[in-house]
Each structure stands twice: as structure tokens, then as C-alpha cells.
Design a protein. Structure first.
Length: 803
């Protein structure tokens, strides 16, 4: 079997269901519900094209929203590719009306408004300001955390009421432990405060006098924070969407959306209450037609407020809010993505646990069926005693498939040779998906972080001359080149010869931050001492010395002295040429974007806007130059050292073809690959309570607990969500997660894990490996054995072939 990507849909005739919805009336909302790979996104794209080509709706009046930037790019490229093909074909029609021909020639499909709802809100509100209005700045989560601490007075309040606050926030932290520092409290608080808006919580009732002290304090912190944002024209992601809703409710539709005639929403199952309100108001304000597509079994974003019940009740909600009964649900039942063996596997998986059934859409949607002929390639599985052995064997398998003559089952159970596509197939046709993409375990109680499977795999691949693309696998602060660049930047703006000490040593920042900053400075010093090759004849030492002259107000003939101030970004970019990894390596480019974003965010909330100011008296406490350095250290450098800056690999338009792409399952939503490897438990070698939340939770997840805590104050959502227990919802989330993973492959699905999970008497229970919530195990054949025969030592599910 060659690992070839499937032919795109446009090459074939859409199936009947798709034709039904393509012919749907424009004015009535439409709901399409269908399983994975059935063409939901394809329908949206075709529908948009039909509106442009048949209904003559201008592209800029069509809005398509999707869940990730990557999916938005995918939709845009399909629109352009298929749109151009259709236009060419139409133009070749004999006797075409000249007016129609002129319209077709001028059609610019690129003008369709396609993106995530956040990005569309950002663009619509940002481009709609009056000339005298200050620009809106959207804050990232880390900046929101910093501001909560400072402007929401979290620091003082937390320190004065630590026992109450820590106990209240404990269930909402990553591992359920009470936050010990203000930074940790901030991290637990940000999602709660965002939800106040996303879930449209009655914050007055939440913080009322009869409520627990911690709740009252949190309501106050949130109020101060919101006031600060409002007064300073700052928005976090939830207030960005809220601002859009307010405009729409007041019928002040932003110019970008004013002419909207069509609203098409992909992945509607992950919509939150605030987003639902935006869609309804946009439709009411513009009279646009409204189509949503989704799959209740693929809702993954509960932690961002996604409320599957809104999708399940779409028909009723449309009726109530829009006053019209939508068409649907319409079903798509054929899967055009995967082989029948894979479809059978994920169909079985989603129906495995009877406790999951009530969480699914009612009436149940039809079971998805494969459109392709049988491939004779079963679902594969590779289980090994430990993560290092597994990494080694998996890299050997990948090397056979993508670099060698192909992989053949040594036992001849499936006759086909598995190999890369003859026409340009490469490692980029494969993806490794897992619960997390992290390559190191989180440090626990001061222990050194231990390498995880993805880390072993990176090394094993390197050993066979192959590489990985996993920028999110490692923390920014641990990357060798990031250490060097930030070390150099600190040496440039905060040289040690200021009364014998770096300024950062005198600051009240966390010990964690200081620890990493010191490490970076040492890395920077080492690079300086190594005297790297000059760039265009300029030695690195000179670049650093010039910045030193600027910040210490020394006479300086260099152009740097000419300006009154310099954005810290210029310091970073000035040093980048001596650390070529950032320009040459795809992972390096992603890291540089994250660093630039951290520096850029400072312009929105930091004193001196993230700029380095020329000093007058560099050693005086009141000097603005000196203070501007402190602000950069506190608002840009310290957050990176505290590991709160997220790496966003979505900025890469495409992953290099010669690398194995590693992603979280969340990121893989909506995507497809010829070969998908799903990590179902490579690092689960014991039944450790610490990793139970990833495989078989014994307590409700942090997100489920936040939902429970807010339920009494969200009159509408609360009862909907809590109809199922927090623990049930945590199980549901895991089932949906792995269902999405198992339905991504086009040709081959391979599960990888630790052998101990397969023991007949295994204690490492794992939803991804067929365990049901009632502790029974689908992979274990419990039918009565003939007398005298003992149970085998390991389970061997019939539908999976172990390699
Ligand atoms: N009618 C069709 N004929 C042939 N191929 C199709 C058809 N519809 C969709 N496809 C192909 O099937 C694959 C899956 O389609 P699509 O991504 O639209 O499915 P989806 O329902 O949105 O999937 P998911 O829910 O998993 O995101 C794509 O490669 C697409 O090109």
C-alpha cells in the first residue's frame, strides 16, 4: 500500500446528502450533523462557492468560521483551488453570456471572510475604529495573567487571604494542588475570569455577600481587571468577543461584516455560549443565511467553554432566538477519508462505552460508513516495554517506510508492502498525535524533569538521519538557542558592570525566573566568549557593546545612539544573525515568533510600551532609561523564564515535508494524514495517580470542576452541563479526544503504547485502549475459556495487528 493522499472531493461527484444541502433554501438556517471525514468542511466550501457562482453573492459578504488558524488556511486554499477550477470551466462554456463572463473574471475568491471567530472579531473591530480612537490591543493569556496580578490586585488579595484563595482555586489547577504563589494563583484564575464572560456568568450573584469569601474576592479581582482593560483599550480574547456581541446587539455591525449575506460555521460543536450569541446576533442584524456543521462526538474544547449542548439543541435554540425552525439535522453518512478497516475501528471505539451513549446527540445520527474499498491493511499497533525501546523501533519502522524499501509484515498477515508514495512521499505524510506533545515531564517537587516518549523519538529519529517538527514539545526557556539569544539580549541591555551587578538581580521577581535568567546569561556569555563568525564583518561583541553604550549613556558613534528609544524587539532582531538557528530551522522560526510576540505584547500593557529609553543618569532610581530596562525584564523576560509564553506552531503555513510532525490531538482536529500514529500510552508504565487524568480519571477534570463551580450562576448553561456528573464529563472528553485521533488517518492507523498496558491483569486502565468507565475492558476477551485453558498473559484484540 502506498501512502498516497486521497483525491480531493471536487474530483468526484458529491453524494446525495451533500446535494440536498447544497440545494437548501438560503434564508432558513441549516444544520448538518455528521461523523468524521464525511465531507462537512467540504460541504461548507462547496456551499460558499455555490453562493458566489450561482447566487451571485459577493465573496466579501460570505463569512466562514472555523476552529483553528490551520483549518482556516485549509478552507481558504480549497476555496481558491476549487473556485479557480470552476471559474475556468464556466468560462469555457460555449455561448456564455458576456456579462456573466465579466463577473466570473472579476471574482476574487480570496475576499471571502474566513478565519477563526476571534481573528474575524479582531479584524472587524480593529479596522473599524475612528481615526481619533486609540488602537485596540488584544492580550494573550500570559499578559492577562500579569495584569490580573497587577491591576486586579491579585498579589495583595492572595497574600492576605492565602488559605481561602488557595483552597478555592486548588481544584482548578493543573494537578489539583493548591496554588502556592501569586503566579500559580493567576494561572488558575485566568480561565475562570475568561469564563465569566464566555459562559455569561451572573458575576454579581457569584460574588454576593452570602457567597464564600474566595468567591467574593475573585469577583472583585475580575471587576478591577475588566475596568483596567476597558480604561486602557485592552482586550483579552473573551472581552474581544464580548465587544463584538455588544456592537451587534446595538446593531452597530462593524464594516467588515455589515454586508454579510451568508454565515457558514465549521466545528459548531465547539461553540461557547458567547460565540453562539454572536452568531445569532450577526444573523439577526444582517439577515444572513446561516449554516452550521459539526459532530457531537468531536467536541474537544470544553476547556475553552465549548458547550456541546448548544449544538445538540441547535434546532430549538434557533427557533427561540431567530424565530425560525432550521432545516435539519441533515446527515452525511459516507466517510471519504479513511479505509474501511479504520472506519470500523473508530466506529467501534465511539460505541464501546454504554455510559457515553447519553452524551451523544439525540436522535442518534446514522453510523458512518466507509466509501472506499477494503484495503487489507489492518489497524496496526506497536507496544514495547519502555518508551526508549518503542522510540527506537518506531523510528526503524518509519525509516523503512519513508527512507528504505518499505515495511512488510514479517508474518505475512497483510500482503501489501507499506511504503511512501512514489510521487514525492516523505516523512511529512505521517503525524504522531498524543494527549500532549511535551518532550519532558513537568518537574515535580523539585525532581529533574524526565524525558518522555516524544523526546526519545526525536533522538531515535536523529540517529537515523530523520527529524521531527515539534516546536511545542519543549519549553521556550529550555531551548539552547533561546537561552543564547535571551542571554545575549540581557547582556546587551542589562550589563553586569552596573555597580557590579545585573539589574535583574535586584528585582523582586520569582526565584524561578531568576534561576532561568542566570542560566541564559551564562549561555550568552559562553557564546560571546566563543567569538562566533562575524556577520557582514561585524563581530557579536560589537553589537552587544553598542547596546551597552546606549543603556549606560556612554558616548557612542553608532547609529543606536541617535534614537531616543528602541523597541526591545530591535535588540532581539539585532542579535538574531549570530544565532542562525532562528532563521534556518523551522522550529527556530516558531520560537522566534513566540519571543517576538512576548516582546510585542509589552507594547500593550507594559510601562514604556516595551521600549528601551535613552537614560540621562543610568544609575539613578528615577531615571527613565533604567526604569524602562526594569519594565522589559519584568514584563517580557520574566514571563518567558516563568514558562507562561505559549509557542504557536500554527504560524507555519506548512510543516516541512521531510519531518515527522508531532501534535496534540486538539491541534489535529479537522486535519487528515496518510499515516497517523496515535500515542495511547507510551509513557504509562505504572498506574500512577499523576497520569490518571490522561487515561482513566478518578476525579473530575479541572475544567469540569470549573463548570460545576459556575453552574449555579449560569442560569441557562449550568443545568444543561451538570445533567451529567463532572466525572462522566471527564470520561466523555477522553473518549471524544481519542475518537478524533483515530479518525484522522487516510490509509494507516498505528497505535503506540507501553507493553504493560496489555497485560491480561493490567492495572493501567486507559480509555484510549478500550477501557469502559465501569472498569470493564473491551480488549480483554472474557468469554468462557474451555476448561483447563488459562487466560493468556496479554490481551490481543482481534481487530488490531501488533508489529
Ligand atoms: N463527496 C466527496 N467525494 C469524494 N471525496 C470527498 C467528498 N467529500 C469529502 N471528501 C474528501 O474526504 C475528506 C474528508 O472531508 P472533510 O474534511 O470535508 O470531512 P469532515 O466531515 O469535515 O471531517 P472531520 O469531521 O473529521 O473534520 C477530504 O479529503 C475531502 O476532500
Amino acid at each position: 500500500m502506498d501512502l498516497v493522499e486521497q483525491t480531493p472531493a471536487i474530483a468526484r461527484r458529491p453524494n446525495d446528502e451533500q446535494q440536498v444541502c447544497i440545494r437548501a433554501e438560503v434564508a432558513r438556517p441549516t444544520m448538518i450533523v455528521a461523523g468524521p471525514g464525511s465531507g462537512k468542511t467540504t460541504v461548507l466550501v462547496l456551499r460558499a462557492l455555490r453562493h458566489m457562482l450561482v447566487d451571485r453573492i459577493a465573496p466579501e459578504n460570505i463569512v466562514i468560521t472555523t476552529f483553528t488558524k490551520k483549518a482556516a488556511r485549509e478552507i481558504r486554499s480549497r476555496l481558491i483551488e476549487w473556485g479557480e477550477a470552476l471559474v475556468d470551466q464556466a468560462l469555457a462554456t460555449p455561448g456564455l453570456d458576456p456579462e456573466d463572463a465579466a463577473t466570473l473574471r472579476h471574482l476574487d475568491v480570496n475576499r471571502v471572510v474566513a478565519g477563526t471567530l476571534d481573528s474575524i472579531c479582531q479584524e472587524a473591530l480593529g479596522s473599524d475604529r475612528h481615526a481619533d480612537e486609540p488602537p485596540l490591543v488584544t492580550l494573550e493569556a500570559f499578559a492577562a495573567n500579569v495584569l490580573l496580578q497587577r491591576r486586579g490586585r491579585l498579589g495583595q488579595i492572595f497574600n492576605a487571604n492565602q488559605a481561602d484563595m488557595a483552597a478555592y482555586l486548588a481544584p482548578f489547577t493543573f494537578d489539583g494542588t493548591p496554588p502556592a504563589t501569586v503566579g500559580e494563583a493567576g494561572r488558575a484564575l485566568v480561565p475562570l475570569v475568561e469564563r465569566f464572560i464566555q459562559d455569561r456568568v451572573d458575576v454579581t450573584a457569584f460574588g454576593a455577600a452570602n457567597q464564600p469569601l474566595a468567591q467574593r474576592l475573585i469577583a472583585g479581582i475580575a471587576a478591577d481587571y475588566r475596568t483596567y482593560l476597558r480604561d486602557n483599550n485592552l482586550l483579552d480574547f473573551s472581552s474581544l468577543e464580548e465587544a463584538m456581541l455588544t456592537r451587534l446587539q446595538a446593531r452597530r455591525v462593524p464594516t467588515l461584516l455589515a454586508g454579510t449575506a451568508v454565515v457558514l460555521v465549521d466545528e459548531y460543536q465547539d461553540t461557547n455560549a458567547l460565540q453562539e450569541a454572536i452568531y445569532f446576533e450577526l444573523v439577526l442584524a444582517t439577515g444572513a443565511s446561516f449554516t452550521v456543521v459539526g459532530d457531537d462526538d468531536q467536541s474537544l474544547y470544553r476547556f475553552r467553554g465549548a458547550t456541546i449542548e448548544l449544538f445538540r439543541a441547535f434546532v430549538d435554540r434557533c427557533h427561540t432566538r431567530l424565530g425560525t425552525v432550521p432545516q435539519g439535522p441533515l446527515y452525511l453518512v459516507e466517510n471519504y477519508r479513511s479505509t474501511p478497516e479504520i472506519v470500523e475501528f473508530f466506529n467501534g471505539f465511539i460505541r464501546e462505552d454504554p455510559n457515553f451513549t447519553p452524551a451523544r446527540i439525540q436522535p442518534p445520527k446514522p453510523v458512518i460508513r466507509a466509501n472506499a474499498a477494503a484495503s487489507e491493511m489492518p489497524v496496526l499497533a506497536m507496544f514495547r516495554p519502555d518508551a526508549a525501546t518503542l522510540a527506537n523501533d518506531l523510528s526503524g519502522f518509519l525509516s523503512d517506510v519513508f527512507r528504505g524499501g518499505g515495511y512488510r509484515d514479517p508474518n505475512g498477515r497483510y500482503p501489501d508492502l507499506l511504503r511512501r508514495a512514489a510521487d514525492g512521499g516523505d516523512l511529512g505524510d505521517a503525524v504522531l498525535l498524543g494527549f500532549s506533545a511535551l518532550e519532558m515531564q513537568r518537574p515535580f517537587r523539585g525532581n529533574l524533569p524526565k524525558p518522555r516518549f516524544a523526546h526519545h523519538l526525536r533522538n531515535a529519529l536523529l540517529g537515523r538521519d530523520m527529524a521531527m517538527f515539534n516546536p511545542r514539545g519543549r519549553s521556550l526557556r529550555d531551548i539552547e538557542q533561546v537561552e543564547q539569544l535571551l542571554g545575549l539580549a540581557i547582556l546587551a541591555i542589562d550589563p553586569p558592570n552596573r555597580q557590579g551587578e545585573h539589574l535583574f538581580e535586584t528585582m523582586t521577581i520569582t526565584n524561578e525566573a531568576k534561576f532561568f535568567i542566570r542560566r541564559w546569561v551564562a549561555a550568552g556569555q559562553a557564546l560571546l566568549a566563543a567569538e562566533p563568525t562575524p556577520v557582514y564583518g561585524r563581530p557579536l561583541q560589537e553589537e552587544v557593546a553598542d547596546w551597552n553604550n546606549f543603556v549606560l549613556a556612554r558616548p557612542n558613534s553608532n547609529p543606536k545612539s541617535s534614537s531616543r528609544d528602541w523597541p526591545f524587539l530591535d535588540v532581539l532582531y539585532g542579535l538574531v544573525p549570530w544565532v542562525p538557528h532562528f532563521e534556518e530551522d523551522p522550529e527556530g522560526q516558531v520560537y522566534l515568533e513566540a519571543l517576538s510576540r512576548a516582546a510585542g505584547q509589552a507594547s500593550g500593557f507594559s510601562a514604556y510600551s516595551g521600549k528601551l529609553v535613552r537614560p540621562v543618569d543610568p544609575n539613578a532610581d528615577t531615571d527613565h532609561g533604567r526604569r524602562s530596562i526594569l519594565a522589559i525584564l519584568r514584563d517580557v523576560i520574566a514571563p518567558i523564564a516563568e514558562n507562561v509564553i505559549e509557542v504557536d506552531e500554527e504560524i507555519m503555513p506548512s510543516v516541512p515535508r521531510d519531518r515527522l510532525n508531532v501534535m496534540t490531538i486538539h491541534q489535529a482536529k479537522g486535519l487528515e494524514y496518510p499515516l497517523v500514529i496515535v500515542d495511547v500510552g507510551a509513557d504509562f508504565s505504572t498506574d500512577s495517580p499523576k497520569n490518571r487524568f490522561r487515561r482513566f480519571p478518578d476525579t473530575p477534570s479541572a475544567t469540569a470542576q470549573i463548570e460545576d463551580a459556575l453552574a449555579p450562576f449560569t442560569a441557562e448553561l449550568g443545568p444543561l452541563r451538570t445533567a451529567r456528573s463532572g466525572l462522566d464529563r471527564s470520561f466523555e472528553d477522553l473518549i471524544r479526544l481519542y475518537y478524533v485521533a483515530f479518525s484522522r488517518p487516510q490509509r494507516v492507523l498505528m497505535l503506540v503504547g507501553c507493553e504493560k498496558m496489555l497485560r491480561w491483569s493490567a492495572t493501567i486502565k486507559n480509555v484510549a485502549a478500550g477501557w469502559r468507565q465501569d472498569q470493564s475492558w473491551a480488549w480483554r476477551d472474557t468469554s468462557p475459556q474451555p476448561t483447563g485453558r488459562r487466560n493468556p498473559s496479554v490481551v490481543t484484540p482481534p481487530s488490531i495487528h501488533f508489529v
